[in-house]
Ligand binder design. Structure first.
Ligand code: BYC
Length: 308
């Protein structure tokens, strides 16, 4: 059997491709692209919520938020490690992010204006992430699929903390309820954009589905997310900001309004509300951490020398 036939047979049998297996260059390139983009999203994704750690309204909320943001750092680290099994170098991936040569999720370029945004990120953004990532536990690349299992467990805790925070605010004052509704109004459409462009304009979906990297298309997952969110919004007592949102008994799914794709394009291409700030913050953190990385490398080299 040729190497290529062995690769195809592994995919067809729904088994995993492992780092030492032969794989087409395109598969390796696609996996590095998706894993790196995902890792960058986790790391940049620490910023919008991280901004509220010093201003959390109670010790309990501060401890929860610290734990969540720390989990996101952990997810970034597993994912960079998964990319390294494919021959990528973490320092190089970080450089590409800072130089705008690799992408991260559009959603993290929006500002967190009130504490209700922390709850809405947990509910909607982590909810969308779960919808997208649960099928990735069956992705064909072994290290990515295995990393996703733990990430999804933690994401589901993140989503619950967001929903619980919002439930608490909805039981509070009129001003708190207004704050929640305002946050939902601002985050709903960008959350739908997280799933990527519509299938007809998604250049990578067909090949990624054939390689079983992606198990569902962008539109399928977006629909699943809308259907899941509608009853949750009604239990919470908020209105989703879409006058065209309604149950379609024939399709047995919710219909929803047209997404502003020009906004997604703008944000992806670097012109969203906070793209420049997010990258600048990441660049500064990388620079500030340089002495730690050099010290760790010098220490490792010294220990290696002692061992001889
Ligand atoms: N934002 O052909 P398509 C999290 C890019 S972290 C920016 O459909 P694909 C969390 C796409 O990369 C959330 N770029 O691509 C963390 C491609 O560009 P290139 C991150 C986007 O890869 C902290 C081009 O547009 N999750 O959950 O087949 C706190 C065409 O798109 C976006 C992941 O990364 C976007 N929204 O499908 C809370 C999950 N959408 O590279 C939460 C893993 C598309 O060809 N990734 N692009 O120049 C995926 O599942 C897939 O990569 C996507 C896109 C569904 C995102």
């Amino acid at each position: 059997m040729t190497q290529e036939a062995a690769f195809t047979a592994t995919i067809e049998k729904d088994q995993r491709i492992e780092p030492r297996d032969w794989m087409p260059d395109g598969y390796r390139k696609t996996m590095i692209r998706q894993i790196a983009q995902h890792a960058h999203s986790e790391i940049i994704g620490m910023q919008p919520e991280g901004a509220w750690i010093t201003r959390a309204p109670s010790l309990r909320r501060k401890a929860i938020l610290l734990a969540k943001v720390q989990d996101e750092a952990g997810h970034g680290l597993y994912l960079y490690s998964a990319a390294e099994t494919l021959g990528a170098d973490r320092g190089d991936l970080t450089r590409r992010l800072i130089e705008g040569r690799q992408k991260y999720s559009s959603i993290f370029n929006y500002p967190t204006l009130t504490f209700a945004d922390v709850g809405v990120i947990g509910w909607l953004v982590d909810g969308a992430a779960i919808c997208n990532q649960v099928p990735l536990c069956r992705s064909s690349f072994g290290p990515y699929a295995r990393a996703m299992i733990r990430i999804c467990k933690e994401e589901s805790f993140h989503q619950r903390q967001g929903y619980e925070l919002l439930m608490t605010m909805m039981r509070g004052t009129e001003a708190q309820r207004d704050m929640v509704q305002d946050a939902v109004n601002r985050w709903w459409w960008p959350s739908l954009m997280m799933f990527g462009p519509p299938d007809a304009e998604s250049p990578n979906t067909a090949q990624s589905m054939a390689w079983k990297i992606k198990r569902h298309t962008n539109d399928e997952l977006r629909q699943r997310f809308v259907d899941m969110s509608v009853p949750q919004a009604s239990a919470l007592g908020v209105t989703l900001p879409d006058p065209d949102l309604r149950w379609n008994p024939e399709r047995e799914h919710h219909d929803f309004g047209e997404i502003d794709w020009s906004e997604l394009k703008r944000v992806i291409s670097g012109d969203g509300p906070l793209n420049a700030e997010r990258i600048e913050h990441r660049r500064r953190a990388d620079e500030d951490g340089e002495w730690v990385r050099s010290a760790a490398a010098a220490h490792a080299a010294k220990k290696q020398g002692v061992r001889g």
